[in-house]
Design a protein around this ligand. Structure first.
Ligand code: NCD
Ligand code: ZN
Length: 335
């Protein structure tokens, strides 16, 4: 049987939620990943040192063997220097959302006024706190990411020592930005390597493939594949696994988010194998993140095997991507 081994996989963009949902989903990520960047878009968002510490404790309480490192984040506001210095040891990054652009982002940034942001972004540069950005404008949905490139350029030029992560990129425009500024990096999800807009609304409407940013055109997917499959040193895997209860997805007014955490590594093996690039998966799914974020996760070895695996129909109240479908890889063992 064909197998593939991954060491210390990392999920650099992950929604774990809270309460009963956290109890359902955190163990699934903790099973196959060594760690993950945990998004702060709770209701209310994670904005204080107490919030960060308490949320981390709630996460750890759901993980039976402490085998997973939740890398914590704060929800971006214009924080002052003193506060950032006091919190820097407890967080891995700060996540910036344009106001209202996606789930639970109402308290985000409503205008990119560099002077208003300067104290925060300079302090983050000095303290070495990366800025993770949800890069979408408020324009036409298919153009939102491309339109946001000017904001990335503004940030990258004004704060050359700030590490800026373009989160869950979906377009060729974002791929092109990677080599333009030394301080720009990116995460890529597994679903954006597989689906296009056709898989969301091209036939019957598929709510479980609906997320922000929306999946784009075939040529965008190709651009994402070109950097992911070759493990471009500035790209990392980030699932953006974003669970919502079934009734919030299968409804008039479907919430945005694809739940992929329990099948992410299996799907990545499939994509990389199909393109004869399995040898680069380790770099994409762990090594690049270790160098970019300067982290050294505890040892964990995942062996995947090539065999049919039927994706469960539901985890708790959450329907995963490919529910009930057969995928080509399965997890054989975790050590
Ligand atoms: C995310 C969520 O549900 O929190 N949704 C999504 O479609 N990706 C938020 C986000 O990352 O945009
Ligand atoms: Zn997200």
């Amino acid at each position: 049987m064909k197998t593939h081994t991954l060491l210390m996989p990392l999920d650099m963009h992950l929604h774990l939620r809270d309460g009963v949902m956290l109890e359902t989903v955190a163990p699934l990520s903790a099973y196959s990943f060594s760690g993950g960047i945990v998004m702060p878009n709770l209701v209310p968002p994670v904005e204080t040192l107490e919030d960060v510490r308490a949320y981390k404790e709630r996460i750890m309480a759901t993980i039976p063997n402490d085998y997973f490192e939740p890398y914590m984040t704060l929800f971006y506001k214009n924080y002052d220097k003193k506060f950032l210095a006091s919190v820097s040891n407890d967080i891995m990054a700060i996540k910036l959302y344009p106001a209202g652009i996606t789930t639970n982002s109402e308290g985000g940034v409503s205008s990119f006024n560099i002077e208003e942001m300067r104290e925060t972004l300079e302090a983050m540069s000095i303290l070495g706190i990366p800025l993770c950005v949800h890069g979408e404008s408020d324009g036409f949905v298919m153009d939102r990411e491309a339109e946001f490139m000017s904001v990335y350029e503004l940030l990258a030029k004004n704060f050359p020592d700030l590490k800026i992560i373009m989160e869950h990129i979906t377009t060729k425009e974002a791929v092109e930005m990677l080599d333009k500024y030394k301080n720009l990096y990116a995460t890529i999800t597994v679903h954006h390597l597989i689906i296009t807009l056709d898989d969301v609304v091209g036939g019957m409407m598929m709510p479980h493939n609906f997320c922000k940013p929306i999946a784009k055109r075939p040529e965008d997917k190709e651009a994402l594949l070109s950097v992911a499959l070759n493990a471009h040193p500035k790209v990392m895997f980030g699932s953006d696994s974003a669970p919502h209860p079934q009734d919030k997805k299968e409804s008039a007014g479907c919430a945005a988010g694809v739940f992929s955490a329990p099948i992410a590594l299996q799907l990545l093996c499939d994509v990389f194998e199909k393109h004869n690039k399995l040898e680069n998966l380790q770099t994409f799914v762990s090594d690049n993140a270790q160098s970019i974020y300067k982290i050294c996760p505890e040892f964990k070895e995942i062996i995947l095997e090539k065999r049919d695996f039927i994706v469960p129909n539901i985890y708790g109240t959450v329907v995963p991507m490919y529910a009930g479908k057969t995928i080509n890889w399965a997890i054989q063992s975790v050590e």
